[in-house]
Design a protein around this ligand. Sequence first.
Ligand SMILES: [Zn+2]
Length: 472
Amino acid sequence: MNIAIGGFFHESNTFNPIITGKEDIVVFEKEEIFTNKSAFIMAKGIIDYFQERGEYSLYPLVFMKAVPNGEINREYYLLLKERFFAYLKEAPQIDAFVLALHGSMRVEGIGSAESDLLADIKKQYPSTPIFSALDMHASITKTMMETADAFVAFKTAPHIDVWETGYKIAELADFSLKNKITLKTAYAKVNCLIAGEKSETDCQPMKSLIDELHQLEKEAEILSASYCLGFPWADAKENGVTAIVVCKTDQERADHAARYLADKFKEKKHLFGFSMPSLPPEQALIEALKQEKKPVFVSDSGDNPTAGSTADNTEIIRLLSKDLKDKINEKSILIAGIFDPLAVAFCEKNMQTEIELFVGGIYDTKYCKPVLLQGVPIKKIEGFGLLNTTLILFKTKEFELIICSKHIGFTNSEMFKALGINHLKKDLVIVKLGYLTEEFRDDAAVSFMALSRGCTDEVLSRLDYSYQYELI
Ligand SMILES: [Zn+2]
């Protein structure tokens, strides 16, 4: 049998004015995905499942992914979609689509990319089943419900079951095709948005809610149960939490189980909270500077590029270079980092020279201004990571700052290693993140979350939503 596979993976933050374009997006077309599958883990899960079995022929179409950011450029999305369908026309009769989608990708002027793509697939291939893996922060729309046969979402945050989720949706597709049955999927919505950093699955109430999913999946009839939490930093009409249950043949059981999960969520929603000590930025930094152990991690949660913020908010830099500079007392501070292509270009021309440099505040003009720093660009790395980013290490009297030419995440120590920095020796490491990644959590002697303003503001009530959700 023939399976068409493809992937559109982006978390789009509508509060971020940046339009995510070609230069921000990594694309693998057709067979390219086979040699690059480790760079798209959800797709790898799908491919590995089918390749292990060898009974199916895979027809890869288009795979695109980008670091979360503002909405996707409309023309570029339409071009990728056009190629997706053009490659499909070259393939023989397709028996199923198995996709790697995020679920909260948005395109300027179009809205939900998943709704747009799935509706087009359904229009052109009305009788071909569609299966898709999703991020836990997927926003399930009515169109998605009407077009797909089944969805399976991550059960972990931070997301460490990405491969498993791809593998699982492939298994569901296999089950449906082999047994010639149309799977029965049910959805139940809860009209609330949960701040991203309150949904860690190691913490309550998510831990026990995820246990409910595992319990249901023990039933022979239930193939999969998921919670999609929606994406809090998208001001979108069809957002919020959705429970999804996929059954083999029993629609009633699926409906009942999905409603049960939604009710459980409502029952526990008052229990959501932050797992790290969370303070306004100035207080978080003062507390961090008082600590004796090291390294102390502070996450600048209002400007978290892994949740689609601009990554150029300067509030923490402003505090450390101005208001709090007398409280630093010789402590070594690393700030990772800031997105500023212009500052990178200026540094490149003035390496090892003392300069005055404006950083940040180009995209985030709502919550900060560019900050003028005096210091020396002491190190430069070119071609870092998949997006070929140029990194500058800029040293001021108060701290070392990593300046990036591309909008990238600060999720592990690769960047520090590339720049020859041992972050474990620093007193204070400031990262543009929300909850810490597993690696940083292991590294941190103590950690604080700075509740900074920005397009990933954790205090959802401070953001302007035009749609009504209960904000948690
Ligand atoms: Zn997510």
